[in-house]
Write a protein that binds this ligand. Structure first.
Ligand code: EPU
Length: 336
């Protein structure tokens, strides 16, 4: 059923004030062909909404907003080394991760407590604590928004990179991701040496198992990151910028405390949270929005914000980081 003028403020985790001109919930990919066959709808711009956790919405979303409600999770195959597990695009990501762990399948534990849904995870190649969704994604099924044709994308087809995929590049806005299949190793390697995970395992007395690591990740995230149910946010709002080694070395000479990580190919990833904090924005507000007091990389909505408020703060933070460090930082969320 297609609805008109639907309030989206509770359907985006930044809680921006926004309304959808037309809105429809999709529970089954088969419903898409019906929508595609309607010439009046087909003439509109379409937007696919998942958990709304990586989005900056305009005050009015023109055209048709499709809310993905495709559910289901199941074992689809198994070999000597791995299980293959499928999940509907509309499954809440964290619930799916916890379900795989309850079945005894590791591999997704570092990605616990990331907001959003399964279908959105590959779009920006979600990642945390040294693991990205690309590490276990086997393939996904997607449907073209124009015409409804189905296509299976292998992991290579997705062209994953840091917080990036083909769905943010040349295929942006063209597909509804209906189902994702993960290949979860039967003997997963634990990744615990990134950030505070090793320390948390020891301090909280957690076992060195996938479920133990998931709990450590949950504890660390709950301490550092604001809960979108309490204060509107979209997780990390800026990407960590990647710069040539020479530029990083020059910056370290001026700022010995600079936090950076070596990347392949003579490049370094800089901690944008550190740059933003040094530029004076940690805990500082501009209108109804601000950078979070405990993690400067997270933009928070203190109440009643609209897209223009987010745009103003984005520009102000970018300008100050540029003036102080000569580094351009880019927002991570998708702007509709
Ligand atoms: N830092 C500061 N000040 C701050 C924030 C961070 O100095 O206000 C410093 C920290 O002390 C640390 C470094 O910056 O030395 C990195 O901080 P942190 O480990 O918290 O990670 P991050 O780079 O800020 C990234 C991801 C997060 C992910 C964490 C943990 C991006 C854009 N963000 O954040 O992802 O949870 O690593 O792996 O890559 C998300 O994308 O929404 C997200 C939360």
């Amino acid at each position: 059923m297609i609805e008109s003028d639907v309030d989206l403020s509770a359907r985006n985790t930044l809680r921006l004030t926004a309304r959808a001109s037309r809105y429809v919930a999709v529970h089954d990919p088969a419903e898409l062909s019906g929508l595609c066959a309607d010439p009046e709808l087909a003439a509109l711009p379409w937007h696919v909404l998942g958990g709304g956790s990586n989005l900056v919405l305009p005050d009015v979303v023109d055209g048709l907003t499709l809310q993905v409600e495709i559910k289901g999770r199941r074992l689809v195959g198994e070999d000597e080394h791995a299980v293959y597990v499928a999940a509907g695009g509309g499954e809440p990501w964290h619930d799916f991760v916890m379900w795989t762990l309850a079945q005894g399948w590791g591999g997704l534990e570092n990605l616990a407590l990331i907001p959003g849904c399964v279908g959105a995870a590959p779009v920006q190649n979600i990642g945390a604590y040294g693991v990205e969704v690309k590490d276990t994604l086997f393939e996904l099924s997607a449907y073209r928004l124009d015409g409804g044709a189905k296509r299976v994308f292998s992991s290579a087809d997705c062209r994953f990179a840091y917080r990036d995929s083909v769905f943010k590049q040349e295929e942006a806005g063209r597909w509804l991701i209906a189902e994702v299949v993960f290949r979860l190793p039967k003997r997963p390697d634990l990744h615990t040496n990134y950030g505070d995970i090793d320390a948390e395992l020891v301090n909280a007395g957690l076992p060195r198992t996938p479920a133990g690591v998931a709990q450590a990740v949950i504890n660390v995230r709950q301490r550092k990151l604001p809960d979108p149910a309490v204060i509107g946010n979209a997780g990390s709002f800026f990407k960590n910028p990647v710069v040539p080694a020479a530029q990083r070395d020059a910056l370290v000479a001026q700022h010995p405390q600079l936090v950076s990580y070596l990347m392949p190919g003579e490049h370094y990833k800089l901690a944008a949270g550190w740059l933003i904090e040094q530029a004076g924005w940690k805990g500082r507000r501009l209108g109804p929005v601000g950078m979070y007091e405990k993690q400067a990389l997270v933009l928070v909505n203190h109440g009643g914000a609209q897209r223009a408020d987010v745009a103003a703060l984005t520009a102000a933070v970018q300008a100050d980081v540029m003036a102080r460090f000569g580094v351009q930082i880019e927002p991570e969320p998708v702007w509709w």
